[in-house]
Design a protein around this ligand. Structure first.
Ligand code: BGC
Length: 761
């Protein structure tokens, strides 16, 4: 504790003691003064140490490592040459490393402890793509809050989330981590998640710093292949990719992560246009940028850096402030400064940014503030967390099809046959990116359905999804798909024959989406499609429940199966959420955040496409279309049904002219024409008819969640004003352009009630 006191004396003489970070001007000034005074007493080695982040993998509470990489890292930690660690979890282990940093180094600067807390820490909420389907910003914020409560109680004070990459490509495995294809919805969700993680005071012991990642363009990897080249226009970069990052900065996100991808020939990690010009200059971001894992050294493989020394020089000059696991800053930066290749001012700037966030987190006030064993025990898996993630899970479910009111299921006197390995799987529903969680902790669908005991419930596996079913597929393992074993078909068919209703839970293994999990075919893996068709031969009353981390190709099911429920991977409470929806105790209200293609050949497919000079449909050859497939998706962005039905009518605009400093009101009438109380996400899209750069056929600009009881009608009002019409124009500024706009309001991105107005001066 002695060393820690020395630096405290230096920095705390500047003001009283505690600092909180309600970002008031005086607080910011005080923190900046503390940062400067600390920087003044740091050696170059210590500064570079702050820019160094290690993965922690040795037994930190065991004997100190004697050799190899672990010893090297451990020694550097003791010398004060490590600013942050990731993948160390739990109060006991984090206390052990924090003690070394604080009590054994010259300055005792506390570590910032990062982890991928993507959709929960131990109690898991749905995968982020699923949460996005709720369109419920409060619930999404609360879900991030729960994650922050648990993570912070277990010693983590920094999450590498939210992932805010827009993607139009279902082949890309990392779509499960994001909010889908739309920049507007994506921006609102990014901000909600940042608020949820960071709260309104970062210095509280139960809030954690968030990271907007991956800056930028990673979601546009060519052919949906992870880590692949990204080559997009400035127009797409600004109008589609940037908005959620801007929203994150506006919400006060404290860190950014760059990406593995190159953008227009320059790796994101070495891209000073992105990190310096746009992020730090244009947007005024004063937090710090962490590289992605090893992405500084990967610039060599990209063919952008000659060697490690060169990669280091490029990365620091481009604005990457902290090195995650390339081990290059700590090896090369000092020489680069001493040989005048890198200006020490760049180091000072990076270190100031890192220290600032550490001050804001309150780590200098008390480096052990996140490290309370009692709190850890109390908060992890708290019943309130289960309650919260269950709410989130129910809201994330999207009803894709429901013919003849097969759903909701009747609660009595029915024989329900449940089929599919995923129905009895307590691991896959947890999804990917849950490195802190415990395996096998999901409530299965089978367990969830048992809560309705007045029906007869029979379970048959039918077929496996994968072959690693001796235990659990791990984060780093490849999922081996079972292509051949149909031995369970007969038992499943025999049971299904006499069922009133068959519920089939099919889809992907939990580790079939996520990083490194791109797929060229996005059908149901293994023999599941065949199983579905076989069961259909003996019983047509099938409810298909999909569990997946991306849009799937489900054309056959859409044509043949009466009811389809998109349940994604819903986390710890999966089985309860699905059962409550199937039995009608929760009326589904989710809407797709990504288009579902009819075939892989349509990808990238998205609702906000450009019209082209040859739009259709036309009864001839020379227009922009496929000769063997429709242009439209199977299910469009924003699509989702309810057990009730809604009727849209009476679109009204109060003024056909919108002047720059005014707003206009546009309304519709929404009636619940069905038998159940339900919620509808009423969506408003705008088309800018012509502009200095071509604009999408329509863009989501607003939405409202409206709850109606049977027979009830409400008028739903939207205000439109000039700022929402801005885009990144040919002048390379965010502006609106005068002219005509069409407005569409409806239940999904094909909304057809429309009006128009003119924007004038
Ligand atoms: C991923 C990041 C993640 C990091 C640390 C990388 O492979 O791209 O999103 O935060 O690992 O786990």
């Amino acid at each position: 504790m002695k060393k820690y006191c020395i630096i405290l004396i230096v920095i705390l003489t500047l003001n009283g003691c505690q600092t909180n970070t309600n970002n008031t001007k005086s607080n910011i000034d005080i923190i900046n003064m503390k940062v400067d005074s600390l920087l003044n007493i740091m050696t170059l080695d210590e500064k570079i140490g702050q820019m160094n982040q290690y993965n922690g993998f040795w037994d930190v509470t065991g004997p100190s490592p004697k050799n190899g990489d672990a010893k090297y890292k451990y020694d550097n930690l003791k010398k004060g040459l490590v600013g942050s660690m990731l993948n160390i979890r739990g109060v006991k282990d984090i206390t052990a490393v924090q003690k070394i940093a604080v009590e054994q180094t010259r300055l005792g600067i506390p570590l910032i402890i990062g982890n991928d807390v993507i959709h929960g820490y131990k109690t898991l909420s749905p995968i982020p793509l699923a949460e996005a389907a709720s369109w419920d910003l409060k619930e999404i914020e609360n879900s991030a809050r729960i994650a922050a409560l648990e993570a912070s109680a277990a010693g983590t004070n920094w999450t590498f989330a939210p992932m805010v990459d827009i993607s139009r490509d279902a082949r890309w495995g990392r779509v499960m981590e994001g909010a889908g294809e739309d920049p507007y919805l994506g921006s609102l969700i990014a901000a909600a998640r940042v608020r949820g993680f960071q709260g309104n005071d970062l210095s509280k012991h139960n809030t954690i710093a968030a990271t907007a990642k991956h800056f930028a363009g990673y979601g546009f990897s060519e052919s949906g292949r992870d880590y692949n080249t990204v080559d997009i226009s400035k127009n797409t970069l600004y109008n589609i990719v940037f908005p959620p990052f801007i929203a994150s900065v506006d919400a006060g996100v404290r860190t950014f992560m760059n990406g593995f991808n190159e953008l227009d020939g320059i790796p994101a990690t070495g891209n000073s246009f992105l990190q310096r010009d746009v992020l730090k200059e244009e947007w005024g971001f004063d937090g710090f940028v962490i590289s992605d894992w090893g992405s500084i050294s990967e610039m060599i493989a990209h063919g952008y850096a000659k060697d490690g020394i060169h990669a280091t020089e490029i990365a620091i000059k481009a604005g990457s402030d902290m090195d995650m696991e390339s081990h290059l800053y700590i090896k090369e930066l000092k020489n680069l400064v001493n040989s005048n290749k890198v200006d020490v001012k760049l180091i000072d700037d990076a270190v100031s940014r890192i220290l600032r966030v550490k001050f804001e987190l309150g780590l200098f006030d008390d480096p052990y503030r996140y490290l309370d064993v009692e709190r850890e025990k109390e908060v992890i898996y708290h019943p309130n967390n289960h309650k919260g993630v269950l709410e989130m899970a129910k809201k994330s479910i999207v009803l894709l099809k429901n013919e003849n009111h097969l759903l909701p299921l009747k609660k009595e006197n029915q024989t329900v046959v449940l089929i599919g390995a995923l129905a009895n799987d307590n691991n896959s529903p947890l999804g990917n990116w849950r490195t802190n969680s415990d395996d096998n902790t999901a409530v299965t669908v089978l367990e969830g359905m048992k809560a309705y005991p007045k029906n007869k419930l029979i379970y048959r596996k039918g077929a496996d999804v994968n072959l690693n079913d001796n235990g659990v597929v791990k984060f780093h393992e490849k999922v081996k798909i079972n292509e051949s074993d149909k031995s369970g078909f007969i038992a499943a068919k025999n049971a299904a024959k006499n069922a009133d209703v068959v519920v089939m839970v099919l889809g992907e293994d939990g580790f079939q989406s996520g990083e490194g999990r791109s797929r060229a075919k996005i059908d149901l893996p293994g023999v599941q499609q065949e199983l579905l068709e076989e069961i259909f031969k003996v019983n047509k009353n099938i409810v298909l429940v999909l569990m997946n981390g991306r849009p799937l190709n489900i054309n056959w099911a859409d044509k043949n199966i009466p009811s389809i429920v998109e349940a994604w991977q819903l986390g710890t409470q999966t089985g309860n959420a699905i059962a409550q929806v199937l039995y009608g105790d929760y009326n589904p209200s989710g809407k797709l955040p990504m288009s579902f293609p009819r075939s892989v050949g349509q990808i990238p497919i998205y609702y906000n496409y450009k019209n082209t000079g040859r739009p259709g449909p036309k009864n001839e050859v020379f227009w922009s279309h496929y000769s063997d497939e429709s242009n439209s998706p199977l299910y469009p962005f924003g699509y989702g049904l309810s057990y009730t039905t809604f009727e849209y009518s009476n679109i009204k605009i109060d003024n056909k002219t919108l002047s720059i400093d005014n707003s206009i009101n546009i309304s519709i009438k929404l009636k619940n024409t069905g038998k159940y109380t339900g919620k509808e996400v009423v969506q408003l899209y705008i088309k800018d008819r012509y502009a200095s750069v071509t604009r999408p056929v329509r863009e989501l600009k607003d939405f409202k969640m409206v709850k109606l009881s049977p027979g009830e009608t409400k008028t739903v009002n939207f205000q439109i004003s000039e700022p929402s019409l801005r885009f990144y124009s040919a002048n390379e500024v965010w502006e609106s352009e005068l002219g005509f706009f069409d407005v569409y309001i409806g239940t999904n991105s094909n909304a057809n009630l429309n009006e128009s107005f003119e924007l004038t001066k």
